[in-house]
Design a protein around this ligand. Structure first.
Ligand SMILES: NC(=O)c1ccc[n+]([C@@H]2O[C@H](COP(=O)([O-])OP(=O)(O)OC[C@H]3O[C@@H](n4cnc5c(N)ncnc54)[C@H](O)[C@@H]3O)[C@@H](O)[C@H]2O)c1
Length: 247
């Protein structure tokens, strides 16, 4: 198994769902994990994972706030002197057909899913550059590539993340920093649990491997791209969707 011993990782949106799965797997691989979330339940998630002896702690951080992100990064650097891995996993949906979509639905999704990437990367990249090493992996989505009814806002951000990733990789490769994305397909989490049962069944029927994805499935995709071993892979979006949309 890929190991992350001695490495310090930030996982945004780690309180639940895919982010919690990433935190758990990274801890099993030996990393020290800073779990960032706006939900206070992030403290419970960190405490649950820490029961197995893992090195994980919760930092309450709203990734849309430059000052909160900068303060959390400063704390981490003071304590650990480095940040090896940044997982930009946090994301939100505000689904509405375009004609009914409010400006606030658009702005919220832009701010959390896309603008926050500028904030987190701005705060972390200088430390990775100074160390000559880094792994940045961000959450795209199958719907950023295939589109989805009611998700013009969400699809725009998730396609934007793939473009951001391709561009930033060209700037940071010379510093030993790789930049990649994972595009999950249909994954069981609080985000998808809120969908009507009929929609869930319809989605699963279109997945060649015949099942909904799990947070562990996603965790392994992130783990690979976050590893030293993936050092020759940069700028890609890894599609993890059970074959639902071969790329
Ligand atoms: N579940 C899926 O099927 C699926 C599919 C494709 C892509 N994704 C993407 O994967 C990521 C994780 O999805 P999930 O299903 O686990 O979602 P989720 O809603 O279960 O978890 C998202 C987490 O992000 C946190 N978050 C939201 N806004 C934040 C902010 N401003 N600052 C810090 N944290 C914040 C939430 O509190 C939550 O803990 C998202 O980016 C999502 O778009 C999920």
């Amino acid at each position: 198994m890929i190991r992350l011993e001695g490495q310090v990782a930030i996982v945004t949106g780690g309180a639940r769902g895919i982010g919690a799965g990433i935190c758990e797997l990274f801890c099993k691989a030996g990393a020290t994990v800073a779990l960032w979330d706006v939900l206070d339940s992030g403290a419970e998630t960190a405490a649950r994972i820490a029961q197995s002896g893992a090195s994980i702690f919760y930092q309450k951080v709203d990734i849309t706030s430059k000052s909160e992100v900068e303060a959390a990064v400063a704390q981490l650097i003071e304590k650990h002197q480095k940040i090896d891995i940044l997982i930009n996993n946090a994301g939100v949906i505000r689904d509405r057909s375009f004609l009914k979509m409010e400006q606030s639905d658009w702005d919220t999704v832009m701010n959390v899913n896309l603008n926050a990437l500028f904030i987190t990367c701005k705060a972390v990249v200088p430390h990775m550059k100074a160390a000559g090493y880094g792994r940045i992996v961000s959450a795209s989505s199958i719907n950023g590539f295939q589109g989805a009814f009611g998700q013009t806002n969400y699809a725009a951000t998730k396609a934007g993340i793939a473009g951001f990733t391709r561009a930033l990789c060209k700037e940071l490769g010379r510093y030993g920093v790789t930049v990649n994305a994972v595009a999950p397909g249909f994954i069981k989490s609080e985000m998808t649990d809120s969908m009507p049962k009929a929609v869930i069944e319809q989605q699963i029927a279109q997945i060649p491997v015949g099942r909904i994805g799990t947070v562990e499935d996603m965790g392994y995709a992130y783990l690979f791209l976050a590893s030293k071993e993936a050092g020759y892979i940069s700028g890609i979006t890894l599609h993890a969707n059970g074959g639902a949309m071969p790329m």
